[in-house]
Design a protein around this ligand. Structure first.
Ligand code: CA
Ligand code: CA
Ligand code: CA
Ligand code: CA
Length: 470
């Protein structure tokens, strides 16, 4: 997410086998209390704000794209063909065929192996869509989506006001369609295109404003089993006071129906720029994320929403919550707290992913529970709640309950000492497929010993492969 602040700046253990309901278990390493961590970027300078996607036609093929801090244009892109053990990285969007990329990458593989990438330009108010048909080795621009000239059911005045800026694009592809949502200078604008095979992508002719989303942003988009599309966004009040989550649904995707009225889901008490000790320079938003079950399993059609909640407001006690809906977002379950610690520290920047081969869920987030300011492995500096680790949990029962939380990052990071002006960035990455969850996060612990900037300096991108096995 290139939030507006950033736009302005630019212009200037023992085996841990946890038995789960249904007879499944999480297999964890005998020797290591955390799963093996891999430093994907191994670059001087700060990489942060990471997107990750697993190729369903070849689950050993994983792609990561992230922001970089140095230089005017460019993003870091890296590809693995061995399940995330080894990576080959490069810089893209540095005035190459992808133009002058700023940041905010979003990635999605579809069932044909198409890999879609969207991001922001430094200068142009266009929404780029790039496609890779070789597993992320190369990308080509397939669309530069301009401001629509007209929109069904919208006044000319509304259309005229679009694209004063564009921010926070998110792309997802499945069920023969690809959808992108972007904050189009006020409301959320959604655009979709048909997909019929590898490299076979039609025009982004379906463009719609999600009603009632003016000043609503930092959201996500998901595709349901019948091709329906849901967007979520957070309507943020100024500063840190609070935010409300709303969803809108287009019931037939690329068909003639349009997005319905917004549905209020919950208050989060997390503002658009809510400052917390572990994210002191950039702040956080509620970072809502969606996952729709298309697995054909027992919870087919259930859509999940993960987000951050602060309670009490302005306490910095942020927690990760999960809700689900079985009626296309009309009504939602009560919030289930995902993090299982008993501290009052911050959990933030959650990401959710649903394994479409099983219907199981993975959720990951940054977590400051181990930083009590009393030293030890979770505290780098004697100050409480300003260091973070990366943690996760699975759900195998349709989001009714969660596994015990597990620590993913082997080390502890401190975003402020990275000198990255956006701390860890605005979001994290997760792709869950075939029983293996692949998270991506920003890390300056140097737990792997190969960050060229050393420990507690600039950030590298880390990943891990976490199995949930029968
Ligand atoms: Ca707040
Ligand atoms: Ca908390
Ligand atoms: Ca600390
Ligand atoms: Ca680095």
């Amino acid at each position: 997410m290139k939030r507006l602040l950033f736009v302005t700046n630019l212009i200037a253990i023992a085996a841990l086998l946890v038995a789960l309901p249904g007879g499944t278990a999480i297999a964890r390493s005998m020797a290591d209390p955390t799963p093996p961590n891999v430093d994907v970027s191994q670059r001087l300078g700060n990489e942060s704000e990471e997107a990750i996607a697993v190729n369903p036609t070849n689950p050993k093929n994983i792609v990561i794209v992230t922001n970089i801090a140095e230089g005017v244009s460019g993003m870091f892109a890296s590809v693995s063909f061995d399940g995330g053990q080894t990576w080959t990285g490069r810089i893209i969007g540095n005035d190459d065929n992808l133009g002058d990329s700023c940041c905010d990458p979003s990635l999605s593989f579809d069932e044909y192996g198409n890999l879609f990438l969207t991001y922001l330009y430094n200068v142009e108010n266009l929404v780029p869509v790039a496609l890779s048909t070789d597993g992320g080795l190369t990308f080509n621009l397939i669309a530069n989506i301009p401001k629509p000239t007209s929109l069904t059911g919208q006044t000319n005045n509304r259309v005229r006001r679009l694209y004063r800026f564009v921010d926070q694009p998110t792309i997802t592809a499945a069920k023969g369609e690809v959808w992108l949502v972007v904050n189009a200078g006020g409301p959320m604008l959604a655009m979709g295109a048909p997909v019929s095979g590898l490299g076979q992508v039609g025009n982004f002719s379906a463009q719609e404003i999600a009603p009632g989303t003016n000043n609503c942003t930092y959201g996500d988009v998901a595709i349901g089993p019948n091709g329906q599309v849901m967007q979520v966004c957070t309507l943020t009040e100024s500063g840190q006071g609070g935010g409300k989550l709303f969803v809108n649904v287009d019931p037939d995707g690329l068909g003639p129906a349009v997005f319905g009225d917004r549905v209020f889901v919950t208050d989060t008490h997390v503002g658009g720029f809510d400052f917390i000790p572990p994210q002191p320079d950039r702040s956080v938003d509620a970072e809502p994320g969606l996952a729709w079950d298309r697995s054909g399993g027992p919870h087919n059609g259930r859509v999940y929403l993960v987000y951050t909640n602060e309670h009490p407001n302005e306490s910095d006690n942020m927690d990760i919550y999960l809700r689900y809906s079985d009626d296309n977002g009309a009504t939602w379950s009560d919030g289930l707290r995902v993090n299982d610690d008993s501290t009052t520290n911050s959990q933030f920047m959650p990401k959710i992913s649903l394994d479409q081969t099983t219907g199981n869920l993975a959720i990951v987030w940054y977590d400051s529970r181990a930083d009590l300011g009393t030293g030890g492995p979770g505290d780098t500096n004697g100050i409480p709640n300003d260091d973070a680790q990366f943690w996760g949990a699975f759900s195998t029962d349709g989001g009714v309950s969660l596994t015990p939380n597990f620590q993913i990052s082997a080390g502890t990071s401190n975003s402020h000492v990275s000198g990255n002006h956006i701390d860890y960035g605005d979001y994290t990455g997760l792709s869950f497929f075939g029983g293996i969850a692949h998270p991506a996060w920003s890390d300056n612990s140097n737990s792997t010993g190969n960050n060229p900037d050393g420990a507690l300096h600039k950030l590298d991108i880390y990943t891990s492969a976490i199995s949930i096995t029968p």
